[in-house]
Design a protein around this ligand. Sequence first.
Ligand SMILES: [Zn+2]
Length: 271
Amino acid sequence: MKILYFKLLSFAVCVLFLCCSDKIDFTESIDVMNSPEYLLTKSGPWDINQFERGVIYSNTALKNDIDSLCALHLSHIEHAARLTGMTQEGIDLMPKFNIWLFKDIDDKYRKTQLKSIHCISDYNAVYYPAEESKSAHEYGHLLAYYNWGHMLNRKYSLFLDEAFAYYVDEGRAFKFEYYEKAKEILDNDGYAVSKILAGETPFDLFANKGRKKAFVCAAFIKYLVNSYGIEKFAGLWKAVRKNDSGAFQQIYNKDMPELEQEFYRFLKIDL
Ligand SMILES: [Zn+2]
């Protein structure tokens, strides 16, 4: 999985499910093709359905499934919003989402140049092939940015930003418990939280080992949130956005190695 930063638009490009598709030589830029104007006028036809949290633009081939897709995305939005600590009042006041649903991965690739699910915060938009709608991942990104700001610190773009989106997907795209998953993965100490944060090996989410790191980091986030609350996690996110020196100590009154050891003790592993 990669996060790509474009000059004008903030993309979070997230590969949850690998796929293959023939390469196409596109004549327009990725920015242009992902704009609402272009999608509406050049990439239709779309069915357009308003719902309480936004608008769903769906490939007309999805007509028969639109009610269940709408319910699924509505549930993701409220789930992700609650995990960022938003109140019901805050949820009711947040901007509406624009949800682009493609018939399948190939349809999405032809229309957006991207095979994976992704989001663009400038449009408060998510882009999903319909079959990946079980994932709340992109709402995790958008709601984190909305509440805490974009993660500007590259060191944490995967450790916190990507991992938070994974955290949101526990029980949704991923039907297993993250502490158990982390224990399994941490059998290999190469996946220790501190080693992942230090970037000792690339956090390449296109590779299986990258996915394992995402689960360990997501489990660590779950531990931080469950033990110390979402407010402190939000504080950590905001603190590390530009400069992380002393951020863990400042927020948690413990440094990163202490928190890491606490996490391992909680998991009942020795590392
Ligand atoms: Zn992502």
